[in-house]
Design a protein around this ligand. Structure first.
Ligand SMILES: NC(=O)c1ccc[n+]([C@@H]2O[C@H](COP(=O)([O-])OP(=O)(O)OC[C@H]3O[C@@H](n4cnc5c(N)ncnc54)[C@H](O)[C@@H]3O)[C@@H](O)[C@H]2O)c1
Ligand SMILES: CC(C)[C@H](C(=O)O)[C@@H](O)C(=O)O
Ligand SMILES: [Mg+2]
Length: 377
């Protein structure tokens, strides 16, 4: 991490599938902020996935690991896809995204969901329930069933195979992500909905008890409610406006955020920030990435929606660079581009012109020029 001045180091890791396609556009946006708004940052590009594996035998070569280690912020694209079946499971595991989340202790994963007024005609949900949708899912990212031990696959006496994993949460793991949720709610509409499965799982019993205890001890000014995860999935589709901050465990948050993407129009629209603990200098390691994956079904076609990745840059500007005005400007530019009719295939109304990934990047850069000129006028 940077030790001097306010120069922020950003590692840009496009990865696989549509990852490099969308990250090329969000990188252009970062460059626009460096050139036009004097945002102090250095960019270091690094390869991840099949391509470096074929060259070095590692999906995460040393140079990439070093770029990520020294970065304040990582702009990540995506990992995975059928083309990577050439990479043995062990090599993939050695450099996995889960391993990186764990290595940097990126426990608080913020996934904001906002409905764009311009997309109400093409959104899968009814326009009446979308007006004003604005909530954040905070997903615990470094524990739960993704990381619990024991785990494995074994062969039983009768020859059947049995796969097993362990769901787990400790008091501290719950409390630190709960704190992130309560603190965020204080800057928003003051409401936290905690999602669990406490009617079945012991991990969720502890989760709910710790939420209630911390709320009572330190955050009684915030409204705290609870939902079981099955009901939460239904409520997100039925009436997403009821939520302000939703906090939940690793696997529930993974599933609920893809579900919530339907309130923003497409999975391609959702950004995210994964944050580590604050160190003694007040800094925290962060990884910014769209919520979607490598989308093998559209990879290489140049049609992926780059807005989830571009909006992740807005989160980077806000959370790592502490430049809220620049983050607002970028979010405004995205809305301006959408209002002017810019659509990739995933958000296009019937009959609308479909832009390529690059053309959507162009539309956002044009909108940035326009909104910043207006601001300076
Ligand atoms: N953070 C990550 O790197 C990440 C996240 C999710 C999935 N993955 C990996 O991605 C691979 C594919 O997974 P999947 O197909 O289940 O999920 P996915 O998110 O890649 O795609 C799901 C669907 O959404 C569409 N989609 C996703 N992003 C889009 C975009 N920007 N524009 C337009 N359409 C978009 C895809 O075309 C696909 O139909 C898997 O290997 C998975 O493990 C990686
Ligand atoms: C790629 C995969 C491991 C990842 C997850 O499950 O966390 C993804 O789905 C996500 O949402 O970031
Ligand atoms: Mg996911």
């Amino acid at each position: 991490m940077s030790t001097q001045s306010n120069m922020i180091k950003v590692a840009v890791v496009g990865g696989e599938g549509i990852g490099p396609e969308v990250t090329t556009q969000s990188r252009r946006v970062l460059e626009w902020f460096a050139a036009n708004r004097g945002v102090p940052m250095t960019l270091r590009d690094a390869e991840y996935g099949l391509i470096p594996y074929l060259k070095t035998g590692k999906v995460l070569p040393e140079d990439t690991a070093e770029a990520m280690d020294e970065a304040d912020a990582i702009l990540w694209g995506a990992t995975g896809g059928p083309e990577t079946t050439e990479v043995p499971a062990a090599a993939r595991k050695a450099g996995s995204l889960l391993g990186l989340r764990s290595k940097y202790d990126l426990y608080a994963n913020l996934r904001p969901i906002a409905a764009s007024p311009s997309l109400s005609a093409s959104a899968p949900l009814k326009a009446e329930v979308l007006d004003g949708v604005d909530f954040v899912i905070i997903r615990e990212l470094t524990s739960g069933i993704y990381f619990g031990e024991p785990r494995g696959i074994e062969t039983l006496h009768d020859g059947q195979r049995r796969g097993f994993n362990t769901e787990q949460y400790t008091t501290n793991q719950i409390r630190r992500v709960a704190r992130a949720a309560f603190e965020l709610a204080r800057t928003r509409r003051g409401k936290v909905c905690s999602v669990d499965k406490a009617n079945v799982l012991e991990t969720s019993v502890v989760w709910r008890e710790e939420m209630i205890a911390l709320h009572k001890e330190e955050f009684s000014d915030v409204e705290l409610t609870h939902l079981y995860v099955d009901n939460a999935a239904m409520q997100i589709v039925r009436e997403p406006r009821q939520f302000d901050v939703m906090v939940t465990g690793n696997i529930f948050g993974d599933i609920l955020s893809d579900c919530a993407a339907m309130a923003s129009g497409s999975l391609g629209m959702l950004p995210s920030a994964s944050l580590g603990p604050v160190d003694r200098y007040g800094r925290r390691k962060a990884l910014y990435e769209p919520v979607h994956g490598s989308a093998p079904d559209i990879a290489g076609k140049g049609i992926a929606n780059p807005l989830g990745s571009i909006l992740s840059v807005a989160m980077l500007l806000r959370l790592t660079l502490n430049r809220p005005e620049d983050a607002d400007l970028l979010e405004q530019a995205v809305q301006t581009a959408l209002a002017s009719g810019a659509r990739t295939a995933d958000i296009a109304e019937a009959g609308a012109k479909k832009l390529s990934t690059v053309e959507m990047g162009d539309a956002v850069l044009r909108a940035l020029d326009k909104v910043s000129a207006k601001e300076n006028a």
